[in-house]
Write a protein that binds this ligand. Structure first.
Ligand code: AMP
Length: 283
């Protein structure tokens, strides 16, 4: 696997590959890689001639600068994992490479409809930063396929919207959530959990599973209330538990009125913010 730190170096190589007719799959990440990320890499390796991964902790999507500072950085180990999983190129740029004209650069895209709920109000400016960085990385890499995780439901929904609205040629492939054996969704932030918080965290997946099982049994508002009660086990502190339409990301009231329903949650385990979700219905 070759590592590139500059846009020019990577593009020179990818231009050559493209001229030879190679298809390119792209997996953008913020590093501190785990098996969840590797499932995206494996999917891309299986579906394309070449796989490019990026490791870039994007400053513009952190509304909380403390979180940016604390974000784990493990580039050497990331490169090793990527190489072992068949990734061909790693792009690990500096902010200056990604944003040569300054960090205000980005596509004009109104995402306000998709950011009204869940992560949107809790993390002002976050998705604008995500759109900005993914758009910029797509311009740099110009892949045939883009791989993202269902783990970040609102994120991939917004990127799907961006690809459609801006008529970009890249196809989005959404990959299933990879979990630890006890159900905790894999996340780069999990390494920062204390032992006590880690021990309580399987309740997130248990709650989502309970809600799925009881979707037809209770009213939506009751389900959300029950979920918040289940998640309020000290020292965990739920921020939201929302049952929304999987397309519009707007809260729902009647299960029967929707074909695609997802439950999304965020909670605090000490100073670590965890998110998770589960598709409750898709017909
Ligand atoms: P991140 O490095 O956290 O920005 O994540 C990079 C990509 O990996 C995103 O598309 C995430 O949705 C995806 N991802 C993160 N955790 C998981 C997981 N547990 N299972 C599957 N995909 C994941």
């Amino acid at each position: 696997m070759k590592v590139y730190k500059t846009v020019k170096g990577l593009q020179r190589q990818l231009d050559k590959e493209r001229k030879n007719g190679k298809s390119i799959g792209f997996v953008p990440t913020m590093g501190a890689l785990h098996n969840g990320h590797m499932s995206l890499i494996n999917k891309s390796v299986g579906q394309n001639n070449l796989t490019v991964a990026s490791v870039f902790v994007n400053p513009t999507q952190f509304n909380d600068k403390g979180d940016l500072k604390k974000y784990p950085r493990t580039l050497e180990n990331d490169a090793k994992m990527l190489a072992e999983n068949g990734c061909d190129y790693l792009f690990a740029p500096s902010p200056k490479q990604v944003y040569p004209k300054g960090d205000k650069e980005g596509p004009a895209l109104d995402i306000s409809q998709l950011t009204q709920h869940m992560e949107g109000p809790n993390r002002p400016g976050h998705f604008e930063g995500v759109v900005q960085v993914v758009h910029r990385l797509l311009v740099i890499v110009d892949p045939d396929k883009l791989y993202m995780g269902q783990k970040d439901f609102q994120q991939f929904s917004i990127i799907a919207y961006m690809l459609k609205k801006l008529k970009m040629k890249t196809k989005l492939v959404v990959c299933a959530i990879m979990r630890e054996e006890d159900g905790l969704a894999m996340s780069s932030r999990n390494v920062r959990l204390t032992k006590a918080n880690r021990a309580k965290s399987p309740i997130i997946h248990e709650t989502l599973s309970f809600i799925k099982k009881n979707l037809e049994k209770y009213k939506v508002k009751t389900l959300e209330k029950k979920a918040l009660t289940m998640l309020s086990v000290k020292p965990l502190k739920p921020e939201y538990f929302s049952i929304v339409d999987g397309k519009t990301l707007a809260p729902i009231t009647e299960v029967k009125d929707h074909k695609y329903i997802v439950a999304c949650t965020a909670l605090w385990a000490g100073d670590v913010r965890l998110i998770d979700n589960m598709i409750l219905k898709k017909i």
